[in-house]
Design a protein. Structure first.
Length: 174
């Protein structure tokens, strides 16, 4: 069981003008997937505050997911904060989220979400709406455990498992 933390980035949520629905949903989805959610936090759309929270949470959890701040608004700076604190990037994670979401809405291509590694922690940006949190997290959750296992020094066998309706690498012989 891995530990996780959820960081909601929202000016209105931080000011108490709107309830945070995305963060609690992300935490519930992580718990359903077997993660122990060690902490949740809420910060405004201010890059220094987002960076400080990511630095603090990355020392306490194997996985940190953020919600909000991934759009085109001038105040949407969550990806920039993530890039600033990560040592290595994991571009396949947001690419997979965008691909899954693009099957549902053409607006998925407008997500600027990022993902990266800081020490032994994986940081993944999610959009701010509860609907998008569910869609994006469900798209990548099955692979995250393997990534965290490798990040924590576990087995490095990356052969693709069989997927429902699909073929794993072991079945790709002519």
């Amino acid at each position: 069981m891995y530990t996780a933390a959820v960081l909601t980035v929202s000016d209105r949520g931080f000011r108490g003008e709107r309830p945070d629905e995305a963060g609690p949903l992300a935490a519930a989805l992580l718990e359903e997937a077997g993660y122990r959610v060690a902490e949740t936090a809420l910060v405004p759309d201010e890059q220094p505050e987002i960076e400080a929270a990511l630095l603090r949470l990355s020392g306490r959890a194997a996985l940190v997911v953020t919600t909000g701040g991934t759009g085109f608004s001038p105040r949407d700076v969550t990806p920039e904060a993530t890039l600033a604190v990560c040592e290595r990037m994991a571009p396949g994670i947001p690419e997979a989220m965008r691909a899954a979401s693009l099957a549902l809405t053409p607006r998925a291509m407008l997500s600027r979400a990022a993902a990266g590694i800081r020490g032994g922690t994986l940081i993944v940006n999610l959009p701010g709406s509860p609907k998008a949190v569910r869609e994006n997290l469900e798209a990548v959750l099955p692979a995250l455990e393997h990534g965290l296992n490798m990040l924590q020094g576990g087995p490095h066998d990356c052969s693709a498992p069989r997927t429902p309706g699909g073929r794993g690498t072991e079945a790709m012989e002519p």
